[in-house]
Ligand binder design. Sequence first.
Ligand code: NAD
Ligand code: IPM
Ligand code: MN
Length: 336
Amino acid sequence: GYMPKICVITGDGIGKEVVPETLRVLNEVHDFEYIEAHAGYECFKRCGESIPESTIQTAKNSDSILFGSVTTPKPTELKNKPYRSPILTLRQELDLYANIRPTYNFKDLDFVIIRENTECLYVKREYYDEINEVAIAERIISKKGSERIIKFAFEYARLNNRKKVSCIHKANVLRVTDGLFLEIFEKIAKLYENFGISSNDYLIDATAMYLIKNPYMFDVMVTTNLFGDILSDEAAGLIGGLGMSPSANIGDNLGLFEPVHGSAPDIAGKGISNPIATILSASMMLDHLKMNKKAEIIRNAVKKTINNGYLTPDLGGSLKTSEVVNKVIEFIRDEI
Ligand code: NAD
Ligand code: IPM
Ligand code: MN
């Protein structure tokens, strides 16, 4: 059968736990060719680079990338050596412009944040103006970048039978940048009325409140890079925490799949990290590789695992990472 090439980057901290555990789950539903590639802070300490060129090439030459998490060193640990964020480098180099971050609790809550993934403050054009003693960061919102992410959000809604797309912005203050984003949103939204998809927009500050007070009001949200970063961690708080939130970074061809969380140094090495976010990210990878039935089998098994109370400590349970994965695998075997 078809053996897709998966570039596997485990990274640092709990990435080294949740990714190998997720491969055990993937192996239950399909045969893949895994190609390991290195990145992260440990890689940096070992070989002097946080993301070697060979890792970028391996990623580019694969069918999909599965990414764990990496630790960002504190500036004091770097002693002025240059350090590139591996995940930001991959998003830029592979032009993975759409970051899909779903939030669902396997009961009633179910919405998706579509986060622009290449622009905004993430262009990292920061500098210090010595003369005026001012630190400055440029926030880039392009017409092309906005059009492609907003179209992506509406296409996502259409293909996944979603009924509403909400634009999240701060156009009341950022009149030029978010003004452009909102203007493009309104233009594209009109084209999708024919498909029965409605639209509206909210300011980012109010959205932060609505998410806590009534998250059920959201269906698909589309937003700029930094707002999407912050809102997606807030959204994770609605469903038990970051151990539950998967994500897909999508470009025109390639996809990179990763949990929303980081390397969690506070619990790393104890074998108690929640593997669900990474397992659900892998199910999004299967969707992207057009193995939707297999993706659904994994999600169903995760749903049963959660709803039967097989939980890691972050969710109030007492199971180890591997014990939760054993349950997921049992439920998969029941279904196949
Ligand atoms: P974090 O996501 O690593 O952890 C935040 C909190 O959530 C911690 O209490 C942690 O224990 C908990 N948590 C996260 N994932 C969990 C899981 N799977 N199971 C159980 N609990 C989980 O964020 P942080 O502590 O702010 O950052 C730690 C490091 O990770 C930093 O160096 C940061 O830069 C980096 N980071 C990397 C990525 C990435 O690789 N994509 C993403 C976010 C943060
Ligand atoms: C995320 C992370 C990254 C981001 C960091 C680690 C660069 O927080 O994927 O949400 O800010 O996008
Ligand atoms: Mn984040």
